[in-house]
Design a protein around this ligand. Structure first.
Ligand code: AMP
Length: 216
């Protein structure tokens, strides 16, 4: 199963991707996670990306496409994958076609999560992530047992630099201008399913699994 998860920041892509990964045994490939990893590790890529990511803008296509090309060529992605955060614009969608064509593969599903701007801001501003294992929490809807501490590994919970309100507004504008048009691109190809991303994590997960098993 080869799929792309589309949707605005805060729609729950990361959380849902983890569920799909567990259910179908395919790697969750998040370009945002890869960039944050590079920034935390202080690699040359991280240095180049940091200011752009912190400002809520997109890093240059060629920078990210090379990372995706390499990742999709890895042995664990041979039997399937879930891409989260890529493609982010039409140019990247076309590059993805070329990468997959070179591997003799094609996308099976594109799932697009939908959520109102007001709900996005509420979700993102309360979002916290474990520094050590990446587990997601939310101060209101999914709080950790002890404030600021990861339930899974005891790591410290942090707020992403780009989850501040002024950056959220910028990321939403970038999504509308650059990424939202991908819905029409994949709809025309007949592989798009739109998913209502309101409600609880498990409700959304059910809609997603139903779509993937052909019932959505
Ligand atoms: P995300 O975790 O998917 O919300 O991504 C966080 C940030 O990483 C974005 O706001 C961008 O700055 C950068 N980023 C992630 N994926 C891409 C991509 N495919 N193209 C360009 N920038 C990206």
């Amino acid at each position: 199963m080869r799929l792309v998860l589309l949707g605005p920041p805060g729609a729950g892509k990361g959380t849902q991707a983890a569920a799909v990964k567990d259910r179908f045994g395919i790697p969750h490939i998040s370009t945002g996670d890869m960039l944050r990893g590079a920034i935390a590790a202080g690699t040359p890529l991280g240095w180049k990306a940091k200011q752009i990511v912190d400002g809520g803008n997109l890093v240059p296509d060629e920078m990210i496409t090379e990372i995706v090309r390499e990742r999709l060529g890895a042995p664990d992605a041979k039997r399937g994958f879930l891409l989260d955060g890529y493609p982010r614009n039409l140019g990247q969608a076309k590059s993805l076609d070329i990468i997959l064509g070179g591997l003799g593969q094609k996308l099976d599903f594109v799932l697009c999560l939908h959520l109102s701007d007001a709900e996005i801001v509420a979700r993102l501003s309360g979002r916290r992530t474990c520094d050590a294992c990446g587990a997601p929490f939310h101060v209101a809807s999914a709080p950790p047992k002890a404030a600021g501490v990861c339930d899974s590994c005891g790591g410290k919970l942090s707020q992403r630099a780009d989850d501040r309100e002024e950056v959220i507004v910028r990321r939403l504008a970038v999504y509308q201008a650059k990424t939202a048009p991908l819905g029409a691109f994949y709809k025309e190809r007949g592989i798009l399913t739109e998913i209502d991303a309101t409600g609880g994590v498990l409700e959304i997960q059910e809609r997603l699994f139903a779509a993937l098993s052909g019932g959505g």
